[in-house]
Design a protein around this ligand. Structure first.
Ligand code: PMP
Length: 317
């Protein structure tokens, strides 16, 4: 059978045990298959001159336990347990860099969507994954459209929870964009203000000020977004988290997406209108450079964002 995951590895953490990739299966009658009941994370481990290092691991695990709390998943693991499990998973696969996917799933074979008493399992998977929108997009920018699909209204699906079901909305936006010849869709919130990409947060730059949607615009509270806000302010830029009308997208000098998978991907056009000069701008470049510099250990980790992982067995003397 062909591997459906490019860059797959050999071991997966399953509720405290390290199991073979092939054995990390669930039943078709699992609650999650029918009702989308999962919460998850996307995390990156980078290869640095001092060995592998996971980027903002504690913040990701805090978001995971928060997502689980919102949906009332019983969690047997603390943030510290999950941090240790992540390091163990990377070590079991003998890796220095990877993408990590912790996922909490209602795997119990129980029908009816009421989730009470449905058994829950936790998995941590890792594999090799390049930048989500592609290396070319990271270098030259990407072309996007405003989606006709909106982010969920605040009293429908909680967008601060990174839940599997939310990604049906993302899939519609992404599919629409791809079928229209764009790489990605930017969704508006239920009131028509700018929200975010299908799997990324969004920043605009105008007159050297950075703008990004606020939490109440139906966004996921991105770890990369938070890192960019911190870095931009540290580099002397003003950052405003605010409600933005759609047309502000067309007036930006620069625009970029942020996300663990997408990292920092410049946007060169929106709805076929060029963003600024239609290529990545100077502010985007300076933030991209600083962010990747810290993640890859080339710039001092002054915000304490990296968790070292044990050196792979093969790298030991
Ligand atoms: N918004 C959505 C909908 C996402 O799926 C992601 C990726 N997790 C992000 C934003 C960016 O979040 P982060 O920077 O924490 O990866």
């Amino acid at each position: 059978m062909a591997d459906s995951v490019t860059g797959r590895t050999s071991k997966i953490w399953r509720d405290g045990d390290i199991v073979n990739w092939e054995d990390a299966t669930i039943h078709v009658m699992s609650h999650v298959v029918h009702y989308g009941s999962s919460v998850f994370e996307g995390i990156r481990c980078y290869d640095t001159p001092n060995g592998g290092a996971v980027f903002r691991l504690r913040d990701h695990m805090r978001r995971l336990t928060g997502s689980a709390k919102i949906y009332r998943f019983p969690m047997r693991y603390s943030v510290d347990d999950l941090i240790q499990a992540t390091v163990d998973t990377i070590a079991a696969n003998d890796l220095r860099q990877c993408y990590l996917r912790p996922v909490v799933v209602r795997t119990g074979e129980q029908m009816g969507f009421n989730p009470e008493n449905v058994p829950v399992e936790v998995f941590i998977i890792c594999w090799h994954w390049g930048s989500y929108l592609g290396h070319d997009a990271v270098e030259h920018g990407t072309d996007v459209q405003v989606s006709s699909w909106r982010r969920a209204a605040p009293d429908t699906f909680p967008t601060m929870a990174k839940a599997g079901g939310n990604y049906l909305n993302s899939q519609l936006s992404k599919l629409e964009a791809k079928q229209n010849g764009f790489a990605e869709g930017i969704m508006l919130d239920s009131a028509g203000f700018v929200s975010e990409g299908s799997g990324e947060n969004l920043f605009l730059v105008r007159d050297d000020v950075l703008y990004t949607s606020q939490m109440s615009n139906g966004i996921l509270h991105g770890v990369t977004r938070d890192s960019v806000i911190t870095l931009a302010r540290d580099l002397g830029y003003e950052v405003r988290e605010m409600q933005m009308p759609r047309e502000f997208l067309y007036l930006a000098d620069e625009a970029f997406f942020t996300g663990t998978a997408a990292e920092i991907t410049p946007i060169r056009s929106i709805d076929r209108l060029p963003v600024g000069e239609g290529k990545p701008g100077a502010v985007t470049r300076s933030i991209q450079k600083e962010f990747m510099g810290i993640a890859k250990g080339r710039v001092a980790d002054r915000f304490n964002w990296l968790t070292p992982v044990p050196s792979p067995v093969s790298a030991k003397a």
